[in-house]
Design a protein around this ligand. Structure first.
Ligand SMILES: [Zn+2]
Length: 73
């Protein structure tokens, strides 16, 4: 979906909702609250405007932290 194509309907009308600094400050950014981290972990959301499908991604800097805290599947 990061390539601008919906994996469900192949639509190309994809919106990106990034967790910008201003959104974080105003409390309007997407996040997950992961228990072991005990803090907000921000995500970027992709939304398909054809079918409504959405995907969320953690920021790269948080992937390192998550790998240290959680076991591999
Ligand atoms: Zn779609």
């Amino acid at each position: 979906m990061k390539n601008g194509i919906c994996p469900k309907c192949s639509g190309k009308n994809i919106l990106v909702c990034e967790a910008s600094d201003s959104k974080k400050e105003s409390g309007n950014a997407d996040y997950e609250k992961l228990g072991m981290l005990g803090k907000k972990v921000y995500t970027t959301r992709y939304v398909c405007c054809e079918c409504g499908y959405t995907e969320r991604y953690f920021e790269d800097k948080n992937l390192e932290i998550l790998q240290k805290r959680y076991n591999k599947a």
